[in-house]
Each structure stands twice: as structure tokens, then as C-alpha cells.
Design a protein. Sequence first.
Lengths: 287, 291
Amino acid sequence: MPAAGTFGYGSEYASFLDLNRLGAIIVKTLTLRPRMGSFPHRSTETSSGWLASIGLQNVGMERFIEEKLPFFETIGTSLIVSLGGETIEEYVELAHRVNREKRIDAIELNVSCPNVKKGGMHFGTDPEIMKVLVPAVRQATDKILIIKLSPMVPDIRVFAEISQQSGADAISLINSPVGLAIDIEKTRSKLGRNITGGLAGPAIKPLALYLVWQVYKAVDIPVIGVGGISSAEDAIEFFIAGASAIQIGTYQFIDPTVTLNVLEGIEVYLRRKRIDRLSSLIGSLEG
Amino acid sequence: MQKAPGSLSEILGNENISQNYYALSFKVNLLPIPKPGQFYQIRCSDSNDPLLRRPFSFHRLVQNGTTHHLEILYRVIGKGTEWLSKKKKGEVLDLLGPFGNGFVNEEGMEPLVLVARGIGIAPLYGFAEEALRKDKRRKILILIGARLKERILYEKECRKLGRVFTYTDDGSQGFHGRAPELLCHLLKNGKLADKFSLYACGPAAMLKELAEITKRLNIPGQVALQDHFGCGFGACLSCACPLKPDSIKRDPSWQKPALQWSEDRSRAYSLICKDGPVFDLQEIDWEEWLA
């Protein structure tokens, strides 16, 4: 499935691929009110990576429901909305609102955005807040609840365990680690006034893979792997490390049809290895 | 499902035209014909480094009888363009596009004044050619320049389209100074009447000054803007461009902008890749863009 924040509101990719073939679509993180997001000059490229501060620019929950949601009536793909709040109350209110929409299948709780001043990563890196936030959202919705974790913590398993104990149905990881790139002529960040951004793309794959493996061993609920996947081989690594499903983000900018190519590549691999079911691959890392 | 806006295209030539400037031509059988100002997202890598596609302005359409091909102009400035400069005739170009809005010919606002710095001439040249194809009597003035004379690009070609004035920062050729100063100089000396339409591509500081001049003269101006793109097709939201909400002026042929307003509706961001890259000079909040 495409990762949140890299697939717009779905329709942006409709001319490139048949959206019905995707396992699910996760739309750009929604907040209660519309957000302008970060200052201009939001992204730059680093070695095999995309460093960006979008700052959760989005149309807000109500406009999403009014203007963007009807598009999903034209396709059958499962729809996951990513939610971001500045306070616990906002997350709860968003979850309540989503609960009334039949077309939405699941919530991915973005407690790990690296580019906002309030909420975001500040919630997802504080176990005490997570212990309050996740149960509160769980109470507010009976949709499938996925918690998206930040890699910017000393022990990610703590956050995975809190999510599981609080009733989450699955965990997705990783959100972007924070990064910085400097223009040495101007002694200024390449992201201007935003200074820092989230690092995405192939550069973060080993980190994501390691953390998926850690979390897989720590919890019983499914793990969704995300971070730097650009090929079927990358995706298979994540399954072996313990992911039950994968998301692809940045690489869709380079190849908007990469999701479908990865699907085909996984099938080829399974046939070649005479594996009947993908599930027997999950967590099969030896040693 | 509509057809994907992209393809693999055969390279017909990739010529070093001067210094580190190149002209690349490619076949376009299956693609929509682009408008000057629109751009392509071209893969400039066989690996993950460089990673993202690079945006290139459509430069010109070349017709030979019933066949035609497209050209882009580029300057080698990094790993991506370095890789591209090594591609040879017969090899394949992986491109998406064309994306964005093109320049709009302001009818009745003669002459067309094109202002470019360095590689900024790329989209403007194609725009001038298109204007002349529609009406060969169109009067065109072209201001081109660079830091020094060796960097002035396309002077000879531009002279085929209209009257050319050059400028250099160091005074090594033409007017000693920058483009906005040259424009003021031409106005002051009567070489240019104060009714014309302006089309520009170049660094932001130059564009900001051109916006001030055209506002003062109350004449229309358009600009092709650039920024780092993640995707180029409106998904990643990284190319936010600040607009002045009370000066938004959209040509009917341009896409309706997906503006993201501030809560008090005093500020708005658009996307360069979808709502641009061509904007009206007065639409952009230059202070915010240059901050």
C-alpha cells in the first residue's frame, strides 16, 4: 500500500495506475482544521534520500469528507486515513468523526510526524502520553486502529507494547527520522526557515528494517513495514524481518507504478522459492 | 483509466552547446505536445543516488515535415545533470509529463518582452517561437544575460526571433548590470514604450524586481518558477509557493489552483508543479518566497 503523505488524496495517482489493485490507500495525514504546513522551500535531496518538511499541510477533516472522500466511492480499495492532532482531545475528536464514515476502513494514528511544533513526534516519543492517547482513540472508534511509530526513541519496543496493550490492531513503522542538510555557502539549512526535515527514501531502509524486526519480536499484533522500499527485494526483506504488510512512500515519486511492480516481483519470488503463502515468509529471519 | 503521462523516449541528440550547457532532443510519438512553460520529470540515474527525478522545462518543438521532436536545455550543475549529459543518441529517456501550466500569450500587449538569466531562456525561447508561429509579425524583445559573457546562452538563436539586448554582471558584454536595471534603462531611453507584456525566467531576486516594475507600469507579466520537487505531480506538497490572496490572477487555461489557505485567509500556498510553474508576476508573495 502507498504510505501516508506520499499519495496525496489518492486521485493524484489515478492517471498512473489502477488504484483497485492496491491493498489499501493511506491518504495524507488529516488534522481537525486545515493546515498550511511548513514554509516554502520544503525539500532537498540527500544521498539516496529525500529530506522534507511538509508540516502536515492538508485540507482538514471536514473538507476531506466533503471534497475528497466521494472519489473513493469510485474505487473499491480499502481506505485508511492518517490522523494528526495537536492535543489528545483533537485526536479523539478526529477518531469520532472518522467513525461516522462508512467508506473509511481504518485509522493510522500519526504520532510521529517530525515536522510539527505541537503533537506529532512529541506525542509518539513520550510513553506517558502514548499510554493516555492510544486508549482514548481506541475508545472513540471501532475502525481498525494502526499506530505509526517514530524511530526517534531509545527503545521502540516500549511504544509498540503500549500500542498493543491499548488495543491497537496493528503497528506501522517507521515514520521519518529527523535530518538536516546545510548549504555551506549560505551557512543556512537547505530547508530554509524550516531548518530540519524528515528523511525518507532508500537511505533509511536498514534502520526501518531493523526496527520492524525489533517490534515484530516484541508484540503479537501485525506489523506494517515502511521505510525506503523501492523494489520487490526490499519488500521481501521486510516480510522476512516480520512485516505482515508493507507501505511504499518516496519511491512512488520516481516510479508512480512501483507498488504494482513490487506486487508482481513478490509473486515471482514466491513462485521461484515454491512458497505457497506469503504468511509463511513473515518473520522467517534465521538466527 | 486515462493514459499515464509518461513514457520511455528515444534520445535523438544530446549536444554540448557551450560551457556546461546542453541541448537534448527526444522523440515524442505518444506524448501530448507540451506548452512552453510546462516541464518534464526526467529520471537522471540508474541507481538510487541521485534518487528523485529532475524537472526540466520544455524548450522547443522541432518539426521536420510530418515528424516532430522535443528539446530541453540544461546546465550541468550536479550528479543528476552530469549523468544526463553522458546519455547518447539512441539511448532511452525515462520521463513523466508534461506537467503544469504554460505561458499565456497576452494578446494586444505588444511587444512581448522576454527576460532571462542563464538557462532561464529555455522555456522563453519556445514561447517566442510559438508566438511567431501563430503570428509572424509579433514584435519580440529578448533580454538575456549572465554573470559574465561566456555564460550568455543562445544569443545567436534569439536574434532570429526578435531584438536582443544582453547584460552581464561584470560588464564583459552588453549592458553592465542586471536584467531589471537593463529593463529600466531601455524604458528611460525610449527603446521600449511603457506598454508591453513581460515573460521571465531566472533567479527569484530578479523576478521580484521585475514584479515591482510591471506593477508600477500596470502591465501584465508572467514567470516560470522553480524549486526542488519531490514528485512533480501534486502528491508530495513540497513545492509550496506563497501567493498574495488579493492578487490571484488565473488564466482560464490554467488549472484551478488547489490553494491551501491560512485560517484567517490572509495567506495562501499553491503548488508550483500543479498550479504553476507559470504564475502571474503579481500573484506571488516575493517577500515570503525569498525569506
